[in-house]
Design a protein around this ligand. Structure first.
Ligand SMILES: C[S@@+](CC[C@H](N)C(=O)[O-])C[C@H]1O[C@@H](n2cnc3c(N)ncnc32)[C@H](O)[C@@H]1O
Length: 211
């Protein structure tokens, strides 16, 4: 690991707003908050940071496997004294084991890697297996929100929605959409500079049954 990454990695684990498989918590404190939001693949955590800053009554948890990226959002949150923003270094596949005390209202999947090769389809963060995890993490009225620049990921999301017969709203071509879609991520800022159109979807998993 490059030296800078290693330093960030170590420092992130020292923050009191960062948890990891080697530094666990039961997250019961999240239940003090009336609303709970989870960001999947949060990267540098800027979306989670903005969400938490704009909505101090909401508990926000950013999840990613890359601790050196999480460092950025966690550091901003520490400097601002945010008490409603936390990060968890954990692969999505293991989240159920660690978040069983929380029912989330919203799950945000922000600019997930489209894994364009057919062999990578099971790694897409909206593959069947992941949708099952999100269903278990959400409360009965909860929804998943997806932001992506990728046409492939957008079409795949529409395919999954149809396959599992899910209720959804496509905000991509609408002028009005839920405010948090405006909270920017690092990847989003890059794609916007390249002139890419951002696709925005919301769906719920009420009717989801793993086939
Ligand atoms: C393309 S980046 C987007 C990061 C951020 N959301 C953004 O828009 O700037 C995708 C992120 O998802 C994370 N990721 C991919 N698969 C994951 C998994 N199974 N569990 C947790 N994080 C994952 C990666 O580590 C990476 O930081």
């Amino acid at each position: 690991m490059a030296r800078k990454k290693l330093i960030r990695f170590k420092k992130a684990l020292e923050f009191n707003n960062v948890f990891a498989l080697e530094k666990l918590t039961d997250f019961k404190f999240a239940n003090q908050f009336s609303k709970k939001v989870l960001e999947i693949g949060c990267g540098h955590g800027l979306f989670s940071y903005e969400y938490a800053k704009e909505n101090p009554d909401t508990f926000v948890l950013g999840v990613d496997v890359k601790l050196d990226r999480i460092f950025k959002g966690a550091n901003l949150a520490q400097n601002d004294g945010l008490t409603n923003l936390y990060f968890f270094r954990c692969p999505v596949a293991f989240l159920i084991d660690h978040l069983k005390n929380i029912d989330f209202d919203e799950i945000w999947i922000t600019f997930p890697d489209p894994h364009s090769k057919l062999s990578g389809i099971k790694k897409r963060l909206i593959f069947d297996f992941y949708l099952k995890i999100y269903k278990d993490l959400l409360n009965d009225d909860g929804s998943v929100y997806l932001k992506t620049d990728s046409v492939l990921m957008y079409n795949y999301a529409l395919f999954q929605i149809q396959k599992f017969n899910l209720e959804f709203v496509d905000f991509t071509f609408l002028n009005e959409y839920p405010k948090p879609f405006d909270y920017k991520t690092i990847f989003e800022m890059k794609y916007l500079k390249l002139g890419k159109r951002i696709k925005r979807l919301k769906f719920n998993l009420k009717g989801f049954i793993l086939k």
